[in-house]
Design a protein around this ligand. Structure first.
Ligand code: FES
Ligand SMILES: [Fe+2]
Length: 428
């Protein structure tokens, strides 16, 4: 349970808020690289952290991300003409380069130097892996570029998608560190989804639905371990890393690709659920990639031409009551990602955390909130750089493994939870 002011602090990410300042300390995913594939192609509207922005790639291939609205009289630059090194507002022809600098005001003489005084707020946009990342904080605090393993492995080993989620980022992220719901909400998918089925670990998930949680700190965030009973008195551990503010990885299953998420606020009532799948040492197979593109695993099918899932709150997530009754899907919602999204969106745009009744399986969530509040305050009051900015904090992995009862996962699995070049993930 949180007090109202704590809930407000955690869930508001606009420009002048403490959590907004915190998100503006990191490189965050802004667009899929494929959204700006062509030099001089169509600009893309995007809202991030409650700021309405326009992204474009100019005729020379440079990426730009800036205020959506023309400095003249506020027309959306989504209508912009992407021409010869800049984006031109079609209303009266003002033109901007990728840094937001106005480079031409046709009505004014060049000698007046008027256009030099006009500059839109802009943010850097860089490509790492399949993603265009932005940093929306003060230029003098710009961190080194992201080093997440999924974005650094060769292109044939990785796949990323994004989907619109119609609720606050925190309740979406909390689903990512809540390993206990897998034995319920997703139980029927473990044996049927092509990107999950067949792993030995699935049987432990299904046979022990009362996991015991153990949460340990690491420099960038937390490792959230959930243990279930396995054979001969051993424990089956599933360990989820959480790196601040909103990176999570699902513990792997067998030799399936490993997946995870970034939860990035669009505004306070919606977020982007970024979903990646990669294998540290091998290319994704044709079947795996096809399954991901078709919305299996943690990916979804879309309303054509959008990033909104096909199953969404306007159609009650296409709930299938007979499948719910027969046990084909525990919730009646099809697909892992939409099961999560349906539960989380049903809580309302921003869940009221003053009304919760938390239990021991919520320990990861409790500790994550605590660390977020602490880091946001330290940044606001003392200017302390929050955890997760240092690229060393990016080099984490999830793991699933069997351990004898006397071993602490934090000791025994230390290496398994770290990126190791050319060594596969630890997975049962
Ligand atoms: S509003 Fe853009 S040029 Fe006038
Ligand atoms: Fe889930």
């Amino acid at each position: 349970m949180l007090r109202k002011e704590q809930n407000d602090l955690l869930t508001r990410t606009g420009p002048s808020t403490d959590m907004g300042r915190m998100f503006r300390s990191y490189w965050i995913p802004a667009l899929l690289a494929e959204e700006l594939e062509e030099n001089g192609g169509a600009p893309v509207r995007i809202k991030l952290l409650s700021e309405r922005l326009i992204a474009f790639r100019d005729s020379t291939g440079r990426y730009g991300l800036m205020d959506e609205f023309c400095a003249h009289r506020g027309v959306s630059l989504w209508f912009g003409r992407n021409e010869d090194g800049g984006l031109r507002c079609p209303y009266h022809g003002w033109k901007y380069d990728v840094s937001g600098q106005c480079v031409e005001v046709p009505s004014e003489s060049e000698e007046s130097g008027f256009c030099k005084k006009i500059k839109l707020t802009s943010y850097p946009l860089i490509k790492v892996g399949d993603i265009l990342w932005t940093y929306m904080g003060p230029p003098d605090r710009r961190p080194p570029e992201p080093e997440w393993e999924f974005a650094l492995v060769p292109a044939e080993q990785t796949f990323t998608s994004k989907r619109l989620q119609e609720c606050n980022w925190l309740q979406a992220m909390e689903g990512g560190i809540d390993s206990s719901h897998v034995s319920w909400l997703h139980r029927d998918n473990l044996n049927s989804d092509p990107l999950f089925k067949g792993a030995k670990g699935n049987q432990y998930n299904l046979s022990d639905s009362k996991p015991v949680f153990e949460v340990v700190d690491h420099a960038g965030g937390l490792f959230i371990g959930a243990r279930r009973n396995a054979e001969n008195g051993n424990y089956y551990w599933r360990i989820t890393p959480w790196v601040m503010p909103s990176f999570t990885m699902v513990p792997p299953r067998g030799d399936h690709p490993v997946h995870g998420h970034f939860w990035i606020p669009i505004d306070d009532e919606s977020c982007w659920a970024w979903s990646f799948d990669y294998h540290p040492v091998r290319a994704l197979t044709h079947e795996e990639r096809k399954a991901m593109k078709n919305g299996k695993g943690i990916h979804v099918e879309y309303v054509p031409g959008t990033f909104r899932p096909n199953a969404n709150k306007d159609n009650d997530y296409l709930i299938d009551r007979s499948a719910q009754k027969s046990g084909e899907t525990y919730s009646g919602v099809h697909g892992i990602a939409m099961q999560d999204a349906a539960m989380q969106e049903s809580m309302g745009p921003i869940v009221d955390r003053t009304k919760e009744n938390l239990v021991s399986t919520d320990n990861g969530i409790i500790m994550a909130r605590h660390r977020l509040i602490k880091a946001a305050r330290a940044l606001a009051e003392k200017g302390i750089t929050p955890p997760g900015v240092d690229t060393a904090h990016h080099r984490v992995r999830s793991a699933s493994l069997l351990l004898p009862p006397e071993q602490m996962f934090s000791e025994a699995a230390r290496e398994d939870l770290t990126v190791r070049d050319r060594i596969r993930q630890t997975s049962v």
